[in-house]
Design a protein. Sequence first.
Length: 339
Amino acid sequence: MKNRLDHKRVTALVLFALSSSLLIFCGLPPREKAADILSKGLSDESAIIRVNAAKGYAALGDRRGPEYLSKALADEDKETVVAALNALYETGESQLLPVIIQLTQSDNPMLRTEAFRLVAIIHDTVSRNILVKGTKDKIAKIRRIAFRNLESYGFRELIRTGLRDVDALTRIAAATALGKLGEPGMENFVRRELDPKKFSAEVWSQGTIALAEIGDTASIAFIRELLVDTPWDLKVAAAEALLILKDRTGIETIEGALKSNDPFVRVKAVEIVQRFPLGELYETVKETTADQYINVSIGAINALIAYHKKESFPVYEKLLNAPNPLLKIAAATAYLSDK
């Protein structure tokens, strides 16, 4: 009889321990669960997961993020370094480290380009000198970054040399910088680049955005026409340009882009909504957090943060249990940062 009671007692204790463990695991309050996801992510076996967790910490203003990302720049794996550079750029980290300077001289075009992109948002003498050198880089994307961002230093004469570059997108970047500096005629320069006989969706997209950034309100009617019967890339760029010019004509186009069959179009659309949290599109953005394409769903989560709505928190909480660890990290960051 006693043995039977002891056995029952042991069984009860085991069941209690198991149920308690499950309760602790499954019943963590969302805020604690979100913090736990980031903490575990920073020590994950995968470098990409660690970088994304560090990016989350950086977005929250936690120094653990930038500290890890700075160390990751010395990683032997090039993809990890590129991811760390991108994370530092997206979180606006403004400290120019010696390793970043070295990476602007890398033989690897992708590493060098990402390093220049980061340097462009760091405003000091060293960064300025690196951008000046970048105007002569053999990689066109680096020249574009250099000319576009030399605007903040007012180097008009140097930027004007970009108007003669062999690359159309670089010429547009230089014209944009000069236009924002008050140089007359730059909107006409950009329009001449938009040659229907040499149509390029990329050139027209960047040119359309350039007209808006220069502040050419006279182009609004022309840009509205691009919302119809043009490739999706150009439609989305036209809608974005109109929003820059405070014109809401392209909102339906952005909504359509969020529902496009092309995941790359959806990615671009959620990027726009991050910058312009349009009230009419809030419900669509919420639905887009369930997108099967991970970059789209993460972009949609980041876009929800810009709305600052309490209705977003159930979405974040649900995604804390997502099977994809990168999605969980994005949701955890959003939960902890949205106010």
